[in-house]
Design a protein around this ligand. Structure first.
Ligand code: ADP
Ligand code: MG
Length: 229
Protein backbone atom coordinates (compact mmCIF):
# COMPACT_ATOMS: atom_id res chain seq x y z
CA UNK A 1 0.00 0.00 0.00
CA UNK A 2 1.33 3.44 -0.94
CA UNK A 3 -0.09 5.25 2.05
CA UNK A 4 -2.15 4.19 4.99
CA UNK A 5 -3.79 5.72 8.04
CA UNK A 6 -4.60 3.29 10.85
CA UNK A 7 -7.03 4.42 13.54
CA UNK A 8 -5.84 8.00 13.40
CA UNK A 9 -7.25 10.27 16.05
CA UNK A 10 -6.37 13.95 16.29
CA UNK A 11 -7.36 16.48 18.87
CA UNK A 12 -6.18 20.01 19.53
CA UNK A 13 -5.70 21.28 23.03
CA UNK A 14 -4.68 24.77 24.04
CA UNK A 15 -1.72 24.85 26.44
CA UNK A 16 -2.97 24.99 30.04
CA UNK A 17 -6.53 24.08 29.04
CA UNK A 18 -8.26 20.80 29.72
CA UNK A 19 -10.63 21.23 26.79
CA UNK A 20 -9.89 18.98 23.84
CA UNK A 21 -11.19 19.69 20.37
CA UNK A 22 -11.34 16.25 18.81
CA UNK A 23 -11.12 16.66 15.04
CA UNK A 24 -10.46 13.13 13.75
CA UNK A 25 -11.76 9.95 15.41
CA UNK A 26 -10.16 6.59 14.64
CA UNK A 27 -9.78 7.22 10.92
CA UNK A 28 -8.46 4.45 8.70
CA UNK A 29 -7.71 4.99 5.02
CA UNK A 30 -5.71 3.11 2.42
CA UNK A 31 -4.33 4.66 -0.74
CA UNK A 32 -3.11 2.36 -3.49
CA UNK A 33 -0.61 3.33 -6.17
CA UNK A 34 -2.14 5.59 -8.83
CA UNK A 35 -5.43 5.75 -6.96
CA UNK A 36 -7.51 8.93 -7.04
CA UNK A 37 -9.35 9.89 -3.88
CA UNK A 38 -11.49 12.91 -3.13
CA UNK A 39 -12.29 14.05 0.39
CA UNK A 40 -15.28 16.30 0.84
CA UNK A 41 -16.91 17.65 3.98
CA UNK A 42 -18.11 20.79 5.72
CA UNK A 43 -15.72 23.61 6.57
CA UNK A 44 -13.90 22.87 9.84
CA UNK A 45 -14.52 19.12 9.61
CA UNK A 46 -10.79 18.35 9.65
CA UNK A 47 -10.00 17.86 5.94
CA UNK A 48 -6.80 19.93 6.03
CA UNK A 49 -5.75 18.27 9.29
CA UNK A 50 -6.21 14.84 7.68
CA UNK A 51 -4.23 15.84 4.59
CA UNK A 52 -1.41 17.32 6.67
CA UNK A 53 -1.15 14.14 8.73
CA UNK A 54 -1.04 12.06 5.55
CA UNK A 55 1.70 14.36 4.23
CA UNK A 56 3.71 14.12 7.49
CA UNK A 57 3.37 17.85 8.10
CA UNK A 58 1.40 17.13 11.26
CA UNK A 59 1.29 14.17 13.68
CA UNK A 60 -1.74 12.22 14.89
CA UNK A 61 -2.59 12.24 18.61
CA UNK A 62 -2.89 8.46 18.29
CA UNK A 63 -2.88 5.93 15.48
CA UNK A 64 -0.42 5.20 12.73
CA UNK A 65 0.69 6.65 9.41
CA UNK A 66 2.49 4.36 6.97
CA UNK A 67 4.11 5.38 3.70
CA UNK A 68 5.18 2.53 1.42
CA UNK A 69 4.75 0.26 4.43
CA UNK A 70 7.10 2.27 6.65
CA UNK A 71 5.82 3.63 9.93
CA UNK A 72 6.62 7.33 9.86
CA UNK A 73 6.66 8.02 13.60
CA UNK A 74 9.89 6.10 14.05
CA UNK A 75 11.80 8.07 11.41
CA UNK A 76 14.23 10.85 12.23
CA UNK A 77 13.22 14.31 10.91
CA UNK A 78 15.92 14.25 8.19
CA UNK A 79 14.48 11.02 6.75
CA UNK A 80 10.96 12.45 7.01
CA UNK A 81 12.00 15.58 5.14
CA UNK A 82 13.52 13.45 2.40
CA UNK A 83 10.32 11.40 2.08
CA UNK A 84 8.24 14.57 1.99
CA UNK A 85 10.43 15.94 -0.77
CA UNK A 86 10.61 12.84 -2.95
CA UNK A 87 7.48 10.76 -2.30
CA UNK A 88 4.90 13.50 -1.78
CA UNK A 89 3.86 16.59 -3.71
CA UNK A 90 1.64 19.27 -2.17
CA UNK A 91 -0.78 21.70 -3.78
CA UNK A 92 -2.68 24.23 -1.69
CA UNK A 93 -5.67 26.50 -2.31
CA UNK A 94 -3.37 29.50 -2.57
CA UNK A 95 -0.53 28.64 -4.92
CA UNK A 96 2.34 29.77 -2.63
CA UNK A 97 4.61 30.56 -5.57
CA UNK A 98 7.58 32.73 -4.62
CA UNK A 99 7.01 36.21 -6.11
CA UNK A 100 10.72 36.90 -6.71
CA UNK A 101 11.19 33.76 -8.84
CA UNK A 102 10.03 33.16 -12.42
CA UNK A 103 7.56 30.43 -13.31
CA UNK A 104 10.45 28.17 -14.38
CA UNK A 105 12.45 28.87 -11.19
CA UNK A 106 9.38 28.17 -9.05
CA UNK A 107 8.88 24.81 -10.77
CA UNK A 108 12.54 23.90 -10.19
CA UNK A 109 12.45 24.97 -6.53
CA UNK A 110 11.67 21.58 -4.90
CA UNK A 111 14.59 20.15 -6.83
CA UNK A 112 17.13 22.54 -5.27
CA UNK A 113 18.09 20.23 -2.36
CA UNK A 114 19.69 18.00 -5.02
CA UNK A 115 21.40 20.85 -6.82
CA UNK A 116 24.96 19.57 -6.24
CA UNK A 117 24.40 16.73 -8.69
CA UNK A 118 24.78 18.19 -12.18
CA UNK A 119 23.36 15.24 -14.05
CA UNK A 120 20.26 15.18 -11.87
CA UNK A 121 19.83 18.93 -12.37
CA UNK A 122 19.91 18.53 -16.15
CA UNK A 123 17.27 15.80 -15.98
CA UNK A 124 15.10 17.92 -13.67
CA UNK A 125 15.41 20.90 -16.00
CA UNK A 126 14.30 18.77 -18.93
CA UNK A 127 11.41 17.45 -16.88
CA UNK A 128 10.44 20.97 -15.81
CA UNK A 129 10.40 22.14 -19.43
CA UNK A 130 8.24 19.15 -20.45
CA UNK A 131 5.77 19.74 -17.63
CA UNK A 132 5.59 23.48 -18.35
CA UNK A 133 4.86 22.66 -21.99
CA UNK A 134 2.33 20.00 -20.94
CA UNK A 135 0.23 22.55 -19.08
CA UNK A 136 0.55 25.11 -21.87
CA UNK A 137 2.78 27.63 -20.09
CA UNK A 138 5.95 27.58 -22.22
CA UNK A 139 5.28 31.13 -23.40
CA UNK A 140 5.12 32.42 -19.80
CA UNK A 141 8.09 30.46 -18.48
CA UNK A 142 10.20 33.52 -17.64
CA UNK A 143 7.37 35.57 -16.18
CA UNK A 144 6.87 36.23 -12.48
CA UNK A 145 3.74 35.11 -10.54
CA UNK A 146 2.42 38.71 -10.49
CA UNK A 147 2.34 38.58 -14.31
CA UNK A 148 0.31 35.35 -14.39
CA UNK A 149 -3.40 34.70 -13.92
CA UNK A 150 -4.61 32.80 -10.85
CA UNK A 151 -5.32 29.75 -13.04
CA UNK A 152 -1.80 29.89 -14.50
CA UNK A 153 -0.29 30.17 -11.02
CA UNK A 154 -2.29 27.14 -9.89
CA UNK A 155 -1.14 25.09 -12.91
CA UNK A 156 2.42 26.11 -12.05
CA UNK A 157 1.91 24.99 -8.45
CA UNK A 158 0.70 21.59 -9.68
CA UNK A 159 3.70 20.93 -11.89
CA UNK A 160 6.03 22.22 -9.17
CA UNK A 161 4.50 19.53 -6.93
CA UNK A 162 5.28 16.93 -9.62
CA UNK A 163 8.89 17.93 -10.39
CA UNK A 164 10.46 15.28 -8.11
CA UNK A 165 8.19 12.53 -9.51
CA UNK A 166 6.20 11.99 -6.30
CA UNK A 167 4.07 8.87 -5.90
CA UNK A 168 1.43 10.80 -4.00
CA UNK A 169 -0.02 14.21 -4.76
CA UNK A 170 -1.93 15.88 -1.91
CA UNK A 171 -4.09 18.81 -2.93
CA UNK A 172 -6.04 20.96 -0.47
CA UNK A 173 -8.90 22.71 -2.29
CA UNK A 174 -6.79 23.22 -5.44
CA UNK A 175 -9.67 24.84 -7.34
CA UNK A 176 -10.89 26.89 -4.37
CA UNK A 177 -9.54 30.20 -5.66
CA UNK A 178 -10.62 29.70 -9.29
CA UNK A 179 -13.78 30.66 -11.18
CA UNK A 180 -16.03 27.85 -12.47
CA UNK A 181 -14.50 27.58 -15.91
CA UNK A 182 -10.88 27.56 -14.68
CA UNK A 183 -11.82 25.14 -11.91
CA UNK A 184 -13.24 22.75 -14.47
CA UNK A 185 -10.09 22.94 -16.61
CA UNK A 186 -7.87 22.35 -13.60
CA UNK A 187 -9.96 19.35 -12.54
CA UNK A 188 -9.57 17.81 -15.99
CA UNK A 189 -5.83 18.48 -15.93
CA UNK A 190 -5.42 16.80 -12.53
CA UNK A 191 -7.28 13.72 -13.75
CA UNK A 192 -5.04 13.52 -16.84
CA UNK A 193 -1.83 14.03 -14.87
CA UNK A 194 -2.77 11.17 -12.57
CA UNK A 195 -2.55 8.80 -15.52
CA UNK A 196 0.38 10.38 -17.34
CA UNK A 197 2.59 10.79 -14.27
CA UNK A 198 1.58 7.59 -12.44
CA UNK A 199 0.81 9.57 -9.33
CA UNK A 200 -1.83 8.79 -6.72
CA UNK A 201 -3.94 11.76 -5.61
CA UNK A 202 -5.82 12.73 -2.52
CA UNK A 203 -7.80 15.87 -3.24
CA UNK A 204 -9.76 17.85 -0.69
CA UNK A 205 -12.44 19.77 -2.52
CA UNK A 206 -15.78 21.54 -2.34
CA UNK A 207 -16.28 20.92 -6.04
CA UNK A 208 -18.50 17.93 -6.77
CA UNK A 209 -17.30 18.13 -10.34
CA UNK A 210 -13.67 17.61 -9.29
CA UNK A 211 -14.65 14.94 -6.75
CA UNK A 212 -16.58 13.06 -9.43
CA UNK A 213 -13.38 12.72 -11.49
CA UNK A 214 -11.77 10.69 -8.71
CA UNK A 215 -12.09 6.90 -8.19
CA UNK A 216 -13.43 7.20 -4.66
CA UNK A 217 -15.13 9.96 -2.72
CA UNK A 218 -14.99 10.08 1.06
CA UNK A 219 -17.10 12.34 3.23
CA UNK A 220 -15.48 13.61 6.42
CA UNK A 221 -18.07 14.45 9.06
CA UNK A 222 -17.96 14.59 12.82
CA UNK A 223 -14.46 13.15 12.82
CA UNK A 224 -15.32 10.12 10.73
CA UNK A 225 -14.64 9.19 7.16
CA UNK A 226 -17.47 7.60 5.20
CA UNK A 227 -17.11 6.38 1.64
CA UNK A 228 -19.73 7.82 -0.68
CA UNK A 229 -18.53 6.50 -4.05
P1 ADP B 1 -11.19 21.90 7.21
O1 ADP B 1 -9.93 21.84 6.40
O2 ADP B 1 -12.13 20.75 6.95
O3 ADP B 1 -11.92 23.20 7.08
P2 ADP B 1 -9.36 21.94 9.48
O4 ADP B 1 -8.61 20.66 9.44
O5 ADP B 1 -8.65 23.14 9.00
O6 ADP B 1 -10.78 21.76 8.76
O7 ADP B 1 -9.79 22.24 10.98
C1 ADP B 1 -10.56 21.30 11.74
C2 ADP B 1 -10.74 21.82 13.17
O8 ADP B 1 -9.48 21.83 13.82
C3 ADP B 1 -11.29 23.22 13.26
O9 ADP B 1 -12.15 23.25 14.36
C4 ADP B 1 -10.06 24.06 13.51
O10 ADP B 1 -10.38 25.20 14.24
C5 ADP B 1 -9.18 23.12 14.31
N1 ADP B 1 -7.73 23.35 14.09
C6 ADP B 1 -7.08 23.22 12.92
N2 ADP B 1 -5.76 23.48 13.05
C7 ADP B 1 -5.58 23.81 14.36
C8 ADP B 1 -4.44 24.18 15.16
N3 ADP B 1 -3.21 24.25 14.63
N4 ADP B 1 -4.65 24.42 16.48
C9 ADP B 1 -5.88 24.33 17.03
N5 ADP B 1 -6.99 23.98 16.35
C10 ADP B 1 -6.85 23.73 15.04
MG1 MG C 1 -9.10 23.18 5.04
Amino acid sequence: MLAELQNVTKYYQQPGSSVRNQVLSEISLQIAENERIAIVGPSGSGKSTLLNILGTLDQPSSGKVLLNGDLIEIMPETKLAEIRNTLIGFVFQMHHLLPQLTLFENVMLPHLPHKDKTKLAAAAKERALKLIDRVGLSGQMHQYPSQLSVGECQRTAIIRALINKPQLLLADEPTGSLDASNAEKLAALLAELNREQNVAMVIVTHSMELAAKMDKIYLLREGRLVISK
